[in-house]
Design a protein around this ligand. Structure first.
Ligand SMILES: Cc1ncc(COP(=O)(O)O)c(C=O)c1O
Length: 422
């Protein structure tokens, strides 16, 4: 299948057992909108993805038919909601190939997952003079929690550098790993550059020295098949809203032994086994890390998003997007003065660029007039902008519902940007 074969608004035949990538666009109601008198072209998927009707329906059904608090009541609805919520935990376990359901913790999103690890594992293992290793392409949410921990513990944040293509320098990484390194925290896929990092190899290198690794999977899970056990990741965090699910829910995967050794993150209901004024006994995994009423409706939506992605087929998604990105990369290079930021050999779904003499925000504004949604700015990765010597970039980020025709429209609109602004 090629990106050009995508046909908008095609109904899947009633007999079709599963949708193929090319048939999926019509599953996303929001994509039928017109913006500024033009059909919407949504190229801001790295910020958040659109939601298929099945996810919207699953959440609506939950609130209409099952809404109840979980783990607490013996009544019918509470048992039903608990079963539905725990069923999503089982789905996530299979989706990322975790070893056990207790290793799947519901959180608000990637940011909370990373903060949880920094605030528990980090606080119990990092001492003055220790080092925490992050990469030069991290999202702020995989920098700031570690920086806060370093400040508290008088530890040092060290940074794996990257080359001019936006690829991490592995020799330098090997040199940076040392007996003071307490944790490595790296992104699987960069939101600002699109680089797919060799996390499996990087994890093996850290493990040779006994150092645990947290992987920020926010931009990987919507685009690649992720197997946390094949990667041997110690922690892996991701957000539902970037993988066609709702906002406000995400997952932290952690290896049992590490999670068992960590103190709770927050105190409250559900994370306890018993409470007296003298002493609280904490609950078992995974509940120890899930204080208070969770985002039950959101978890139901995440479950529907996983079912949907599995039906479409993550491998089909990956190969389709790979071709679409290759096509877009080739096409935008025909635009005079345009420079792509992030030209790694291994990339996923992100095309960041600058145009000579034109501020990225002006690019974004003119594209918006054409009905095209891209993101402009530092993409919560200011150190990446500093590394490439630019204040900001314009970023088109793709999902499997985008088409070659949309890329063509983007290229036409970028020519218009030049006409209007140069
Ligand atoms: C690579 C990466 N990490 C972390 C995050 C933070 O995700 P969230 O805001 O869903 O917690 C993002 C969001 O853009 C991201 O792209």
């Amino acid at each position: 299948m090629t990106p050009g074969t995508v046909i908008q608004e095609v109904q899947a035949p009633a007999s079709a057992p599963a949708p193929t990538v090319a048939m999926c666009r019509h599953h996303f109601p929001l994509l039928r909108q017109w913006v500024n008198g033009k059909p919407l072209i949504y190229l801001d998927n790295a910020a958040t993805s659109q939601k298929p009707q099945v996810v919207i329906d699953a959440m609506m059904r939950y609130y209409q038919e099952e809404n109840s608090n979980i783990h607490r009541g013996v009544h019918f609805l509470s048992e039903r909601a608990t079963e539905a919520y725990e069923d999503v935990r089982r789905k996530v376990k299979v989706f990322v190939n975790a070893g056990h359901e207790r290793e799947v913790i519901f959180v608000r999103g990637t940011t909370e997952g990373i903060n949880l690890v920094a605030g528990t594992h980090g606080r119990t293992t990092v001492r003055a003079g220790d080092e925490i290793l992050v990469s030069a392409m991290e999202h702020h949410s995989n920098i700031v929690p570690w920086q806060m921990l370093c400040e508290e513990r008088q530890a040092r944040l060290r940074v794996i550098p990257m080359n001019d293509r936006g690829e991490l320098e592995l020799e330098e990484y090997a040199r940076l790993l040392n007996p003071r390194t307490k944790i490595v925290a790296i992104t699987h896929v960069s939101n600002a550059l699109g680089t797919i990092n060799p996390v499996r190899e990087m994890i093996a290198m850290a493990h040779e020295r006994g150092i645990p690794v947290l992987v920020d999977g926010a931009q990987a899970v919507p685009h690649l098949a992720v197997d946390v056990r094949a990667l041997d990741a110690d922690f892996y965090a991701f957000s539902a809203h970037k993988m066609f699910g709702p906002t406000g829910v995400g997952i932290l995967y952690g290896k049992t032994a590490l999670l068992e050794a960590m103190p709770p993150y927050q105190g409250g209901g559900d994370m306890i086994r018993s409470v007296t004024f003298e002493r609280t006994i904490y609950n078992d995994l995974p509940h120890k890390f899930e204080a208070g009423t969770p985002n039950i409706g959101g978890a139901i939506g995440l479950g529907a998003a996983i079912d949907y992605l599995q039906q479409v087929g993550i491998n089909a998604v990956q190969s389709f997007e790979h071709e679409l990105l290759a096509y877009a990369t080739e096409q935008v290079q025909t635009i005079p003065g345009l420079r792509i930021i992030g030209t790694a050999v291994a990339k996923a779904s992100v095309l960041s660029f600058v145009m000579e003499g034109i501020h990225p925000h002006d690019i974004g504004t003119i594209l918006d007039h054409e009905g095209i949604a891209v993101r402009t700015g530092h993409h919560c990765a200011q150190p990446v902008m500093q590394r490439f010597g630019v204040p900001a970039t314009a970023r088109a980020s793709f999902a499997f519902y985008n088409t070659k025709e949309e890329v063509d429209a983007l290229v036409r609109a970028l020519h218009k940007v030049i006409e209007v602004l140069s």
